[in-house]
Design a binder for this molecule. Sequence first.
Ligand SMILES: [Zn+2]
Length: 307
Amino acid sequence: MATAFIAHADCARHDMGRTHPESPARLTAIEDHLIASGIAGLVERHEAPAAQVSELQGVHPLRYIEAVRDASPREGIVHLDPDTAMCPHTWDAALRAAGAAVLATDLVIGGCAENAFCAVRPPGHHATRTRAMGFCLFNNVAVAATHALERHGIERVGIIDFDVHHGNGTEDIFSDDARVVMASIFQHPFYPYSGTEDVAPNMANVPLPAGSDGRALRAAVERVWMPALDEFEPQMIFVSAGFDAHVEDDMAMLRFTEADYAWVTQRIKEVADKYAKGRIVSVLEGGYALSALGRSVVAHLKVLGET
Ligand SMILES: [Zn+2]
């Protein structure tokens, strides 16, 4: 068994405009660094299927899914929110992104892969049940976690989000859901300005001030995430893997490095090995400094692939 690497060409055709940071070049950067690092041959590649509407409906109401589909333009770009737009290829990309996470879940639970990483876009963790925002249309991790809970009989899911932005969509979807514990760090105060007030007891949120580095990440993981996860004993772990807290990423002001992403991946793996038969599904969220993104994904995958 190896790490599954799930992607699809449609995800690189979603284009929100030449100057938009959430660009197709992000996926090219990841592929280039996989090859340059020599780990491209060590992952088990899979093509992402398109998610079924019924799978999206585990999280999003049908009227929202249909509204996104109906907004899809024949040409040009249509904005769903100031940061989030659709081009003629976005609908297909969004279905492949969510479908990748569902396939990853099936592969890992079915024992066909040790763990999985989905190199997909659009990302998902800002998408609430009924609202596209922050570059996200469907909440890929939430769709996959719900698939694990409702189709595979998994009873307790841990969701870990180390993107620099708070995963407000995932929190919206799973607040007070006793089947889920979500552990996250995020820069605060910062977009989307959530995650610190009226936080549900199943949310282990750690806001970090601008300028925080890997030491703050490590302290948050040991002091807040680990006790919450040890108490919950998740049977499967999903990761909202955003790499925009990297020191070279000027989307935000945290100062993580590849070594920090390797370290946090190792800690996640230890929890997964202890409680979840090693089952981890990691899904790309942010990360906009292309070289740093590529290097960080390689660091993440190297740890996932260690036996
Ligand atoms: Zn982000």
